[in-house]
Design a protein around this ligand. Sequence first.
Ligand code: NCD
Length: 309
Amino acid sequence: MISLEGHDILSAKQFTREDLEYLLDWSIKIEQDKKKFSECMKGKIMGTLFYEPSTRTRLSFESAMLRLGGSVTGFSSATVSSVKKGETLADTIRTVANYTDLIVLRHNNDGAAKHAATFSDVPVINAGSGSGEHPTQSLLDLLTIRQECGKVDGLNIGLIGDLKFGRTVHSLTYLLANYDVNLFLISPHSLKMQNRVMDYVQGMGNVKITETTEFLKTLPNLDVIYMTRIQKERFPDPEEYESVKDVFKFEKKHLSSLKSNAKIMHPLPRVNEISPEIDDSSHAIYFKQTYYGLMMRKAIIGLIMGVIK
Ligand code: NCD
């Protein structure tokens, strides 16, 4: 692919390793020369259509667009749009495509972004689709890993928590499938990584995978500890959620078992899975990760709109 101009971003599977390096490098170049890019989106409008709650994804996309000199419109809850009156996603997309140059969509259905793209005359970015994927989160996660660990190949990376419903870990696993990493998938048995994701990674043949329920025993091996929230809103049965909600908690006492350079990441929001006592530790990089989100989303917007090449 390499040139993203005019493309949708629907799945992390769409990127080759070369594409990923290109996107990561552009995120850094824009950051190093902020002023040069501060007007490059002038006259362009981005629509953010968020049918599900969001803080970081929506605001970092909007901030990225504004910092590139563009404008933003949209809604942050389906309840304030005509969705409330029963409008279909297809009709909303057909309409908003007339008003904007780029659409960023978050939706509760797994296939929503793909569906939306078929009705849109402008590029669509999947900003989280149900328990399916969240490709731009995984791009910023990859950027964070590369910048903070100095490399991706050779790392021991642990994805921890809700690997069944968590869309960020699905997309991150698809991206990591391009690298020679050791991936530790740590979850309760009932929340293990979905087969379709496992099949894809195994098919790519680069990653060594270990599936385990042992959080504390695995911690000392890890270079990256990627914690996730148990996705309460996706559980059909509230009792089932109650039984796993606090299954893995990273507490202060666990810091001593980490490798000296280990990094703790989290897509956020966190609930109980990381104690706030950890926040000041040099291992904790989850707030820094949110800044990498702004950097990555500037690159994504600029490349899709063809103003950066
Ligand atoms: C995640 C999401 O919405 O999937 N958050 C995010 O985009 N940073 C993770 C979550 O909600 O647990």
